[in-house]
Write a protein that binds this ligand. Structure first.
Ligand code: ATP
Length: 323
């Protein structure tokens, strides 16, 4: 691989708190190692359109504590076409970019793999609130999103208890129940319904609610992952079956925003620096990951072929503790 002197950095897919901390780490570590760092705006769209600028130490001042991404993000349909990909490669040559750090989810890593296949070395950093990247135990943004969900559910619980209501709360996670399970354990949910596990309405929702009522519970919290959906309908069905007043709350995009937690800032900083270290040593086509509390890296194709699923012990624990 040719020597890498200039690197680009972009954020792609859904934004996640901590992406700014990762951008900051890439820029400052890059400059520390004597590299030129170019910011690419709006994900792969910015790459195709040449929306690219040189970043300096001050370009990333005052962003460590901010949610969202200063580089902005996008989902680029054009980039996923052959013509779009070729355009992106041409632009990297025009701007003299020798390697790119891609901060995003699996989709973004597929794009990074395609760039790598065409000779543009890339390193992926897992940035998504869903924690659904198979090669990594952790993705940037997960802890902040969980804390936001925890705060919201604690507040909903206050009013649910006062009125002896059931609250059905929909949290993010289209294909993954990590937010639902972790938030459910942290907030003491009576039922947690996730896309990875089939559920039976009577066995998994109505039964625990009725049994809890007999044991003297004054509220019920049912957490639904976004991939299951239908929170409003679910609340109506619960009310019809149990006679307990039930209300639905869809937390939505509130879960994406906000100042990143310490955990997200530190891990984003470590991952950003690691990505730069690989590129400056001429190593591309990798994905940064966290395994057993260590920052490691995997081949991008291997990483994309891995699978992971929610820990069954966590699912069981949530049930035991909801008694
Ligand atoms: P999130 O987990 O937040 O959804 P993501 O990175 O998985 O993040 P996607 O919308 O799937 O988000 O992907 C972001 C961008 O990556 C897409 O708009 C597209 O430009 C590119 N991309 C996605 N899938 C592919 C693919 N199979 N091949 C090439 N590029 C892709």
């Amino acid at each position: 691989m040719a020597e890498i002197k200039t690197i680009g950095v972009l954020t792609s897919g859904g934004d996640a708190p901590g992406m700014n901390a990762a951008i900051r780490a890439v820029v400052r570590a890059g400059i520390h190692y004597g590299l030129k760092v170019m910011g690419i705006r709006k994900g792969y769209n910015g790459l195709i359109n040449g929306d690219i600028f040189e970043m300096n130490l001050r370009s990333v001042s005052d962003i460590l504590h901010r949610g969202g991404t200063i580089l902005q993000t996008a989902r680029s349909a054009e980039f996923a076409t052959e013509a779009g990909l070729n355009k992106a490669v041409t632009i990297t040559k025009i701007f003299g970019i020798d390697g790119i750090v891609v901060i995003g989810g699996d989709g973004s890593f597929r794009g990074a793999r395609d760039l790598s296949n065409l000779g543009v070395p890339t390193v992926g950093i897992p940035g998504t609130i869903d924690n659904d990247i198979a090669c990594s135990d952790y993705t940037i943004g997960f802890d902040t999103a969980l804390n936001t969900v925890k705060d919201a559910i604690d507040k909903i619980r206050d009013t649910a208890t006062s009125h002896e209501r059931c609250s059905v709360i929909e949290v993010m996670g289209r294909h993954a129940g990590y937010i639902a399970i972790h938030a459910g354990i942290a907030t003491g949910a009576e039922a947690i319904i996730i896309p990875e596990k089939e559920f039976d309405f009577h066995r998994d929702i109505i039964k625990p609610i009725i049994e809890g009522k007999h044991r003297g519970k004054k509220h019920d919290i049912v957490i639904l992952a976004e991939g299951i959906g239908g929170a409003v309908e679910m609340a109506k069905k619960i009310q019809a079956e149990t006679g307990i007043e039930a209300r639905a709350t869809i937390l939505g995009h509130i879960q994406r925003g906000g100042s990143p937690t310490v955990m997200d800032r530190v891990i984003a900083s470590q991952m950003g620096a690691k990505a730069v270290q690989l590129l400056k040593d001429g190593i591309g086509n990798r994905v940064i990951a966290m395994k057993d509390n260590k920052i490691v890296d995997f081949d991008i194709v291997e990483a994309l072929n891995m699978t992971k699923t929610v820990d069954q012990d966590m699912v069981e624990l949530a049930k035991i503790l909801a008694m």
